[in-house]
Design a protein around this ligand. Sequence first.
Ligand code: NAP
Ligand code: ZN
Length: 347
Amino acid sequence: MNTVAAYAAPAANAPLERTTVPRRPVGEHDVLIEIKYAGICHSDIHQARNGWGEGIFPMVPGHEIAGVVTETGSSVTKFTVGDRVGVGCFVDSCRTCSFCEQGLEQYCTGGGSIPTYNGLGRDGEPTYGGYSTHIVVDENYTVRIPDSLPLDVAAPLLCAGITLYSPLVHWKAGPGKKVAIVGLGGLGHMGVKIAHALGAEVTVLSQTLRKQEDGLKLGADHFHATSDPETFQKLAGTFDLIVSTVSAPLDFSAYLSLLKTDGTLVNVGAPEEPVSLNLFSLINARRTLAGSMIGGIAETQEMLDFCAEHGLGSEIELIRADQINEAYERVLKSDVRYRFVIDASTI
Ligand code: NAP
Ligand code: ZN
């Protein structure tokens, strides 16, 4: 057992502070990763504040991890020392259920995938995430970061990137499709970049027009403020696909009305409270309301290769570890452009 430096929330709602946590010895199939960068996802904030309940404290958040392999277990075949690698939202799963077999480990039904943090590992010990200097991960739950992607802008792809790539590909965003992304934050800005690269006509639906110039630069064709009631009248029946990345409860009935007949609204946001729905917004145009959670390991690799091919990284603000609490406050105010990334050398 090794002890490594980390930033942890000692209890729900307590500010994060520097501490140490144990990492298991490098097993036969494990790689030891020196973490270079870790993104701050809004999910980290929901969990550090116990907004989803059942949080395990002290909690070391972080599931957007980019680093370099510094040691490999005796049976590791996929990686060698010096490889540039990433770890996303989960670090293991049952490996035998039909979803694991299909590469949909995020939907594992054999006990569920093991979260990178705020979960219990196979050894029954709490898992600790990426706000740390090192992590030990099974090679089968580790992905390769292509050489052309700098590690700092690649880190957010491990959650924000895959969470948008997976539904955009599944619901066939592409040429001839009108796609709207709701919320221009960490997830949303990657959604704009990826949907644009897939060839779709992209609209951003943001609370205000404050981020309009950025949105258009990121690849959006149109940008509208949802605080303007006219937006909902003007855009009624427009979109084939809407992806909502909003971290707070939303009036889904209003957003559903923006879909064409047979259109789909995919929600990836994970607000802490339930929402209510006027079901007529579904039945009157055979619309679908769906959800989607991150992506599997193979699809995460596919997404990283796609991003490398199209030169897509995250827009980041690199911070020191002692700025994490301040960064959390700014994310809560939708004041992030567009992902905070921790320089792990400052932990
Ligand atoms: P983020 O960077 O804070 O972005 C969320 C954006 O939503 C904000 O930038 C803001 O965009 C908009 N927003 C915030 N509050 C709003 C409100 N009250 N009304 C309307 N719009 C609002 O967060 P993120 O890291 O992208 O994560 C977004 C959500 O997805 C979180 O709930 C997170 O837990 C969840 N998540 C889900 C998955 C999954 O697998 N499904 C994966 C990762 C994260 P504008 O300023 O443009 O309005
Ligand atoms: Zn995340």
